[in-house]
Ligand binder design. Structure first.
Ligand SMILES: NC(=O)c1ccc[n+]([C@@H]2O[C@H](COP(=O)([O-])OP(=O)(O)OC[C@H]3O[C@@H](n4cnc5c(N)ncnc54)[C@H](OP(=O)(O)O)[C@@H]3O)[C@@H](O)[C@H]2O)c1
Length: 260
């Protein structure tokens, strides 16, 4: 029998570590491959969660470097693995005006949030069979053209639409693969994200969601075969309001709330 594996990107902190910690409560696999750049944190997570039933393989890779995809593809091809679940969680945001953000930072947001996600999905799809699962971590910022979060929110809009298109292809496009695809759109979560995103908004607020709660809700929604997961009443209300407001009014609100 093929070894069933899970692949989780951005597993060295925040949502990614909790996706790894919680996985076996929802979906059983033989091995979890955890990917991020900080090897020490991956090793710490491995020693925390590895068990006889579920081995942990650490892959300290930089996903903005395209050679990393070749490493992962070669590992998958070397043995007859079945990818049971892929979680494209690694992501990066920078919060400032477009002109203030360096070109390299814009490029890295696009490389990590879009290119890595598309590449890993493309590499893993042929290795998946029914029932298979894909979680693509987007953001509530995907719903609106956020000033000072322009590149980030646009990359997350890509993630949301691309995931929904993939889900539709699988459901209605004649594919005989039963693969559930879920776009997760969290509001603010208490992780390292804001330390990296902003030079002036580093603190995690007490009303930010806990990563564990967001992760549990996304696994629940995945197993219910939903295509989108939004944690918490405030974020669900926000999503509904923005969906039905005319775009002229959205732009007026954005201008009002983003006056300097
Ligand atoms: N926190 C929020 O408020 C929030 C809200 C909505 C959506 N999200 C999304 O949630 C996802 C997880 O973020 P988080 O909140 O858990 O933030 P986080 O704690 O900063 O986690 C980001 C993860 O991505 C990894 N990563 C960053 N650059 C990488 C690279 N070049 N190559 C490989 N891995 C890389 C980081 O590991 P290394 O540094 O070790 O590489 C880390 O494990 C992201 O996609 C983010 O956009 C977060």
């Amino acid at each position: 029998m093929k070894k069933q594996i899970a692949i989780i990107t951005g597993a060295s902190s925040g949502l990614g570590s909790d996706y790894a910690r919680e996985l076996n409560h929802y979906i059983e696999v033989d091995e979890i491959w955890i990917i991020a750049r900080r090897e020490d944190l991956l090793l710490k997570l491995k020693s925390e969660i590895e068990s006889q039933k579920c081995k942990i393989k650490i892959l300290p890779l930089n996903l903005t470097d395209r050679t990393s995809f070749t490493v992962i593809k070669d590992l998958l091809d070397a043995q007859d693995f079945e990818v049971k679940i892929l979680i494209n969680n690694a992501g990066l945001g920078k919060f400032a005006n477009i002109e203030e953000i360096s070109l390299l930072d814009h490029q890295q947001m696009i490389d990590l949030n879009i290119t890595a996600l598309v590449s890993l999905t493309k590499i893993c799809l042929p290795k998946m069979s029914a029932p298979g699962y894909i979680i693509q971590v987007s953001s509530i910022a995907s719903l609106i053209p956020f000033p000072r979060f322009a590149t980030y929110s646009a990359t997350k809009t890509f993630v949301k639409y691309w995931s929904q298109a993939l889900a539709n292809e699988i459901k209605f496009g004649g594919s005989n693969k039963q693969i559930s695809v879920l776009a997760v759109c969290p509001g603010p979560v208490a992780t390292e994200f804001f330390e990296i995103a902003s030079t002036y908004q580093k603190r995690v607020h007490k009303n930010f969601a806990s990563p564990k709660d967001v992760v549990r809700k996304s696994y629940d929604d995945l197993l219910k075969n939903k295509n989108i997961s939004i944690y918490g009443l405030p974020m669900n209300l926000f999503a509904i309001i923005y969906k039905w407001l005319p775009s002229a009014m959205i732009n007026w609100i954005l201008r009002l709330t983003n006056r300097t």
